[in-house]
Design a protein around this ligand. Structure first.
Ligand code: FAD
Ligand code: EPU
Length: 339
C-alpha cells in the first residue's frame, strides 16, 4: 500500500520532522518491482534504518523502505561459512546472530545502527575492520532494466566510506541481499585499535574471543557515541580527511600532538573530531542543534531541529575548520533534499 504525506520522523535517527509525498515498504523483489511500476518516474529514495541521512526538506517523491528479511547459509566448508542476509535485517542483530553461531569477521562492527542493505553503501567500518574485509557479493535490483545484478567485492569499488553505489551507480540500484564470508574457526581477531586492547584489559580478558571483542566494542561505543533513541544524530557527520604529507607536516609543526594515521601511499588521515575540537566546537549548543560533548564529529538534534539547521551548522563548522586549520572536511552523512 502506498501512503501519502507520510511523516518520516520515526524513520531517521536525527529525528527530523520531514514528510514524504508517498511512502511504502517492500519485503520481496516482486513487491519492489510492482511499486516501481506504479511510480511514474517520481523521485525515489530507498530507506534502511535512516541512520546515515539528513532530510533538509520534505521529500517530494516516493520513499521505499526495504524490509527484505532472511539469513541463509548458502555455502560452507571446513573453515568458512557464506551467509546471505536480506537487506532489511538489522545490522547489529545480524552481528550478534553471527557471534552466537561462532562465525567471525564482523564482531568489530557491533552496535553500528542501520540495516544490512546499507552496509555496502559506504563500506561501513569501525575499530580496524571494514565490511569489504569479509564481503563476498550482493544482489541488487537495477531500477531501469528491472533486472537483478550480482556484484562481487571488486565490482563494488570499496574505499574508505565509499562504494560504487555512492559514486558511478548512485541511485541506480536497490540492494536486496548481501553475502558475507565468515570464519568458523581460527578467527582473524582484530584488536590493534588501541581502545579495544584497553577495554579488554579492563574486562580482565587475556585471550579474546569474537564475543569478548564485540562486548569491548559495545562498551567503547556506548561510552562516547550518543544513543539516537535519546539524542538525534547520524554518527560521524564528516569523514576523516586524508591530506598530503606536506600539509600534515605543516599542521604537526603547530600541533605536535596531532593524532594521525599514515596511509600506505604516503598520505595521512587526520581525525575530523580532533580538527573540530581544535576549532573550538566540541560541546557547543546552537539553538536546537549542537556538537556532541564527548565526540566532536557527531552533530546532534537536541529536539525540534530542522534538517536545514543541522546542515547550516555543518557548513559553518566546515568553513571554520578550513579557515583555522586549512583542512577541508567532507560530509559523510547523505543529505536528502539538497541545501
Ligand atoms: P540509511 O540511512 O537508511 O541509508 C543510507 C544511504 O543508503 C541512503 O542514501 C539510502 O538511500 C541508501 N540505502 C539504504 N539502503 C539501501 C538499499 N538496500 N539499496 C540501495 N540504497 C540503500 N557508520 C560506520 O560506517 N561506522 C560506524 O562506526 C558508524 N557508527 C554510527 C553510530 C551512530 C550512533 C549512528 C547513528 C550512525 C553510525 N554510522 C556508522 C552510520 C550508519 O549507521 C551506517 O552508515 C549504516 O550503514 C546506515 O544504515 P541505514 O540502514 O540506517 O541506512
Ligand atoms: N578526537 C578528538 N576529539 C573528538 C573526537 C576524536 O580529539 O572530539 C580524536 C582523538 O584523538 C581520537 C581520534 O580522534 O583518538 C579518533 O577518535 P575515535 O576513535 O572516536 O574515532 P573517529 O576517527 O572519530 C571513526 C569513524 C567512526 C568509527 C570510529 C571507530 C569516521 C568518519 N568515523 O571515528 O564511525 O566508529 O572511527 O573506528 O571514520 C561513523 O562513520 O558514523 C562512525 C561513528
Amino acid at each position: 500500500m502506498v501512503v501519502s504525506n507520510f511523516n518520516l520522523q520515526a524513520h531517521n535517527t536525527f529525528g527530523i520532522n520531514a514528510v514524504a509525498k508517498q511512502f511504502s515498504c517492500f519485503s520481496s523483489i516482486d513487491e519492489l518491482e510492482n511499486l516501481i511500476n506504479q511510480t511514474n518516474n517520481s523521485p525515489l529514495l530507498i530507506l534502511g534504518g535512516g541512520s546515515n541521512l539528513l532530510f533538509t526538506k520534505n521529500y517530494e517523491g516516493l520513499v521505499l523502505k526495504n524490509e527484505i528479511l532472511g539469513k541463509t547459509v548458502i555455502k560452507e566448508d571446513e573453515n568458512h561459512v557464506w551467509v546471505q542476509v536480506g537487506a532489511g535485517e538489522n545490522w547489529h542483530d545480524f552481528v550478534i546472530y553471527c557471534i552466537k553461531n561462532n562465525w567471525g569477521g564482523i564482531e568489530n562492527l557491533s552496535l553500528i545502527p542501520g540495516n544490512v542493505g546499507a552496509s555496502p553503501m559506504q563500506n561501513i567500518g569501525a575499530y580496524g575492520v571494514e565490511i569489504k574485509d569479509v564481503f563476498e557479493s550482493l544482489e541488487a535490483f537495477h531500477l531501469t532494466s528491472k533486472e537483478v545484478h550480482t556484484f562481487n567485492n571488486k565490482a563494488c569499488k570499496f574505499g574508505y566510506r565509499e562504494s560504487v553505489f555512492k559514486r558511478d551507480l548512485k541511485g541506480q540500484y536497490v540492494i536486496c541481499n548481501v553475502t558475507y564470508k565468515l570464519t568458523k574457526k581460527d578467527h582473524k581477531l582484530s584488536t590493534s585499535y588501541g581502545a579495544i586492547q584497553e577495554e579488554l584489559q579492563k574486562m580482565g580478558i587475556q585471550e579474546p574471543t569474537i564475543s569478548a571483542i564485540s562486548r569491548a566494542v559495545i562498551a567503547i561505543r556506548s561510552s562516547k557515541l550518543p544513543n539516537p533513541a535519546e539524542i538525534g544524530n547520524a554518527g560521524s557527520f564528516f569523514k576523516n580527511p586524508v591530506v598530503s604529507s606536506d600539509i600534515f607536516e605543516n599542521l604537526q609543526k603547530e600541533h605536535p600532538d596531532i593524532p594521525h594515521y599514515k596511509q600506505a601511499d604516503g598520505t595521512v588521515k587526520i581525525p575530523a573530531g580532533w580538527l573540530i575540537e581544535q576549532a573550538g566546537w566540541k560541546g557547543k549548543v546552537i539553538g536546537n542543534t549542537g556538537v556532541h560533548k564527548k565526540q566532536a564529529l557527531v552533530l546532534v538534534n537536541y529536539g525540534n531541529a530542522t534538517g536545514k539547521e543541522i546542515f547550516d551548522l555543518s557548513e559553518t563548522i566546515l568553513q571554520d575548520v578550513f579557515s583555522k586549520l586549512g583542512v577541508a572536511l567532507e560530509r559523510e552523512v547523505n543529505i536528502v533534499g539538497g541545501i
